[in-house]
Ligand binder design. Structure first.
Ligand SMILES: *Cc1c(COP(=O)(O)O)cnc(C)c1O
Length: 402
């Protein structure tokens, strides 16, 4: 009998990753204070968190979590449909729907689970199709695999490419799915053009706005509001609670009938424990601040401009992003890792993002900015990056074709 041994397969894959320099290493944070993080006993200034508005460490948010936990305990105890659905969940759904300007919102334990749920519940047949931007988040891609329908991808930001893919895949139902703000590039999807394509091709437009919520659009309502669109054009979208809102979890927001269907049929919704009620309380506090505090977005945009102007003067390889995600292309994987290590030696934490998260030859330092950073911190980071670039040998920087 021939059978592949799973242990051997795992070991072979591990050796391959080492040979390719693609091992992934977790860093353990022992203490945090705003954007400062203690890693391996050393305090660094972090430029890689998604806590864009600084709400994760905001006093009112932590206090809401503590108060609710003191009253309600740690866990929800059961799934939403059994007996885990708490009034705090209900209130968070209502207030998120109100903020985002949609009829309804449904709370999930994570954005990853929410994306799985949406496609599994709506794309039911093998000849259904999900048409996706090539740089969409991994959870959107995996969701199509789970749904078991056809997956078609189009070149990044290319609405015409999306139209062609939809025209070539007729027969079943169609969803057009895109990140609102792209997680590794920081650029924004052409939502108005995609909405026209979706309307013309009778596809349901789904926008994963994990990185747009709180950051872009009026009152931080995200990339859909920024594009002047609403629930008529984008019947469903994802808003995460773990990024700009500084907590954990996600909501799917949009059309009441579709949301009702998700709540009644989506397996990643039904068969999982509800989010701890105290976390819902934290998100309620965060949402109030995200909605109200335009100064956080203004600060952020000043820092983005400062960073881009400085990086431009230094000749760094910026990408076309107006959001707090400001990646610097390094080319090869070794170069990105070496740059990250050199910048860390200078006191900054900036993660290198390498394949398979990004395409070959597009490894980068993914710099992210927060409203809590100060202009001198941004200037010091730029100086450290420039110095690192001058130290990392040019051969390393071009070790992979661009
Ligand atoms: C982070 C992220 C998710 C997953 O959200 P979690 O709540 O962290 O599971 C989904 N989509 C995009 C684009 C993301 O960046």
């Amino acid at each position: 009998m021939s059978r592949i041994d799973i242990h051997e397969r795992v070991q072979a894959q591990g050796r391959l990753r080492v040979a390719q320099g693609r091992q992934r290493r977790r860093r353990t944070v022992t203490r945090r204070d705003g954007v400062r993080v203690e890693v391996d006993g050393r305090w660094l200034t972090g430029f890689c968190s998604n806590d864009y508005l600084g709400l994760a460490s905001q006093f009112e948010v932590g206090a809401a979590l503590q108060d609710a936990a003191a009253r309600e305990g740690a866990g929800a105890g059961a799934s939403h449909l059994v007996c885990g659905h708490h009034a705090l969940h209900e209130q968070l759904e209502r207030e998120m729907a109100d903020w985002l300007g949609v009829p309804r919102a449904l709370l999930f334990g994570s954005g990853f689970a929410a994306n799985l749920a949406v496609q599994q519940a709506l794309l039911l047949e093998e000849d259904d199709v999900c048409v996706q931007d090539r740089l969409n988040h991994a959870s959107l891609i995996d969701a199509t695999r789970l749904a078991g329908c056809r997956l078609r991808r189009y070149p990044h930001l290319d609405a015409e490419g999306a139209m062609r893919q939809l025209r070539n895949a007729t027969g079943g139902a169609a969803m057009l799915a895109t990140d609102g703000v792209f997680s590794m590039d920081g650029d924004i999807a052409p939502l108005r053009a995609l909405a026209r394509v979706a309307r013309d091709e009778q596809a349901l437009l789904y926008v994963d706005d994990a990185h747009g919520i709180g950051v872009v659009g009026p009152q931080g309502r995200g990339s859909i509001a920024e594009a002047g669109l609403g629930v008529d054009e984008v019947p469903l979208h994802l808003a995460t609670l773990g990024k700009a809102l500084g907590g954990y979890g996600a909501v799917v927001a949009g059309d009441a009938g579709l949301i009702e269907h998700l709540a009644g049929t989506a397996r990643p919704y039904l068969y999982t424990t509800a989010l701890p009620p105290a976390l819902a309380a934290a998100s309620l506090a965060a949402l109030k601040l995200a909605r109200r505090d335009d100064w956080r977005r203004e600060r952020l945009h000043e820092l983005i401009e400062l960073f881009r102007a400085g990086a431009g003067r230094l000749g760094l390889d910026l990408m076309a992003s107006t959001t707090p995600i400001q990646p610097l292309l390094c080319g090869g994987e070794a170069a990105a890792s070496a740059m990250s290590a050199a910048v860390e030696a200078a006191g900054f934490m900036v993660t290198a993002i390498r394949p398979p998260t990004v395409p070959e030859g597009r490894s980068r330092l993914r710099v992210t900015l927060s409203a809590l950073h100060t202009p001198p911190q941004v200037q010091a980071l730029l100086a450290a990056i420039a110095q690192a670039r001058d130290r990392v040998p040019a051969a390393d920087r071009h070790d992979t074709d661009r």
